[in-house]
Design a protein around this ligand. Structure first.
Ligand code: NAP
Length: 545
């Protein structure tokens, strides 16, 4: 990031004039494009990828699949669009999800307004014209009134993690940059770094295929077994029949899933609590996390009891004391960061071709030509290294673009000090910049993403309608409104045990990133009402000029 405020590209002639430019052609970008085009705006989307899909384009690593039930990870604005696609199982895999997003793009005829293989490199606000000048890596210069980022919550991968990566004599892949062509892992010595939701899906999928699998474990995860039945025609009819019900329910629950918290811990006897935990655990979904006991997020004793229930399940499966010590979390509470669903993940560690390496106290020091070297000098020889090392979540997708707001301020600089937004939808100092999947809104942390992204894009479309109807050209949150949201967000997050756990939820996975709970933790339904209240009050707290 440069410090200079002059941007040579700002004076370059625009190659395209737009009302709205959308960055990203994933779940949010596709719907945003559809909405604005329906309104008659000159709108165009750009994506680095060669096709639509966003997260589901990039994350094509072995084993990638939904953790949300397929029939809720859906667009709900059009009944035919919903009903003319049939899912094959409860939690389908990435190829099927990618095909579904192709179906969406084709049905809504979206590709004609998307430039693929094109990365937005900078966006500079011009206060005199009230417009953005946006440049791409292909040399396009676009002049647009509104800039809408649909760039993903988890899309900026942490790829260069260790010194020496370029010296490795084998192949290194980050999971979210997995090649389209088949990667031959058969008969190979493969190492996986990272045991988050991604690493777990990779590990359980490739263990049987590879000659040797070395898993470098630093922080273990609470895991829940997934129940993933195939859907026959009757199942498909049954979920499609629920369309209206789902449309009415999903936007209002705590996490945008079909289920919600329904029990009060204090009202239940210990026996009944256990009975209910068994019941929701057996559901084989994220219900144990997002529809069990909300007190688990706020009260340490409840958190401990629920955590111990899950630990006991894990211990039963692991048996071996060394594995239990390595793989069962003890120093943070269940659900205080993302709970992965898995299929025989823990059993992988019992296989003869699998070695678990504890890198908690003996960290990975560097990559050497032969493999992975630990702090004590041990080298694990490998042919392939898979980095399931996660993302610079929430802010990374935007700070990797040179975004300059009023008076030349740079978003990357501002957010290197403190990550702030107004409801995750706009940022003070950056007029006409509207954001989805951004910090301080509900997102992947505690939300079924399609529910949140539909709501956020719909709010944005309505805000643009309002600006145009009032004859204004520019919308920007006031400093006071932003401060109020940040305080409300922090107060809500501070009460939640999530704020005490280290993970991408708090930004602690990226060195130097200012710590703040990135996602709004007050609930999806509550957030929706708050953002709608602002709109109903004539965009209270937003300056229109
Ligand atoms: P993640 O949860 O941030 O996990 C990254 C992993 O890499 C952690 O185990 C981390 O260990 C490890 N790691 C990073 N740097 C390391 C180092 N220097 N040495 C050793 N280990 C290191 O990332 P993710 O698994 O990609 O998941 C990110 C999010 O994507 C998930 O939380 C979820 O929201 C989403 N996701 C969703 C799905 C789905 O819906 N089906 C699937 C996959 C992912 P530490 O914890 O010790 O830092």
């Amino acid at each position: 990031m440069t410090d200079t405020l002059t941007d040579p590209q700002q004076s370059a002639p625009a190659t395209r004039e737009l009302d709205a430019l959308i960055i990203g052609a994933g779940v949010a970008g596709l719907y945003q494009l559809h909405q604005l085009r329906e309104r008659g705006l000159r709108v165009h989307a750009y994506d680095t990828a060669t096709d639509v899909g966003g997260t589901w384009y990039w994350n094509r690593y072995p084993g990638a699949r939904f953790d949300s039930e397929a029939y809720i990870y859906q667009y709900l604005f059009d009944e035919d669009l919903y009903k003319n696609w049939s899912w094959s199982q409860r939690f389908p895999d990435q190829p099927e999800i990618e095909r579904w997003l192709h179906y969406i793009a084709e049905t809504l005829d979206l590709r004609r307004d998307i430039s693929f293989s094109t990365t937005i490199t900078s966006a500079v606000w011009n206060e005199d014209t009230g417009r953005w000048t946006v440049t791409t890596n292909t040399g396009e210069v676009i002049n647009t009134q509104f800039l809408i980022t649909c760039a993903g919550m988890l899309s900026a991968p942490l790829e260069n993690v260790f010194p020496g990566q370029s010296d490795f004599s084998g192949k290194i892949f980050h999971t979210s940059r997995w090649p389209k062509e088949d990667v031959d892992l058969d008969g190979k010595r493969v190492g996986v770094v990272g045991t988050g939701a991604t690493g777990i899906q990779v590990i359980q999928t490739i263990a049987e295929r590879v000659e040797e699998l070395t898993i470098f474990v630093r922080t273990p995860q609470y895991v829940l077994p997934m129940r993933n039945p195939q859907f026959g025609p009757d199942d498909v009819t049954a979920y499609k029949d629920r369309f209206q019900e789902l449309r009415e329910t999903l936007p209002h629950t705590f996490s945008g899933f079909e289920y919600d918290f329904q029990y009060v811990w204090a009202d239940l006897t210990p026996e009944r609590r256990l009975e209910l935990m068994e019941e929701i655990y057996d559901n084989g979904s994220l219900k144990m996390w997002l529809a069990g006991f909300i007190e688990m997020f706020f009260e340490e004793d409840v958190s401990e009891e629920v955590s111990e229930f899950v630990r006991a399940k894990m211990r039963d499966r692991l048996q071996d004391p060394e594995l239990i010590d390595l793989l069962v979390p003890t120093d943070y509470g269940f659900g205080t960061h993302r709970v992965p669903l898995e299929t025989r993940y823990l059993e992988v560690y019992h296989r003869d071709n699998v070695t678990a390496v504890n890198v908690r106290d003996n960290a990975i020091a560097r990559i050497v030509p032969e493999g992975v070297q630990l702090a004590d000098g041990t080298v694990h020889e490998l042919d392939v290294i898979i980095l399931a090392t996660g993302f610079d979540a929430g802010s990374g997708a935007l700070t990797r673009i040179d975004i300059r707001g009023r008076e030349g301020r740079a978003l990357a600089d501002d957010w290197s000090r403190e990550i702030r937004t107004t409801m995750g939808l706009m940022v003070h100092g950056y007029p006409n910049l509207l954001t989805t999947g951004a910090p301080l809104a509900p997102s992947a942390a505690l939300c079924n993403m399609t529910t949140c992204l539909q709501q956020q894009t719909e709010w944005i479309s309505a805000a643009l309608d309002h600006v145009r109807e009032t004859g204004a050209k520019v919308i920007e949150p006031t400093a006071e409104a932003e401060q109020q949201w940040v305080e409300h967000h922090d107060e809500t997050a501070g009460a939640n045990l999530i704020s005490r756990t280290n993970s991408w939820y708090t930004g602690s996975n990226v060195e130097g990133k200012p710590r703040r709970v990135l996602s709004y933790t007050g609930g999806v339904g509550d957030y929706r009402e708050r953002t709608l209240d602002v709109a109903r009050a004539g965009y209270k707290g937003f300056d229109l000029r």
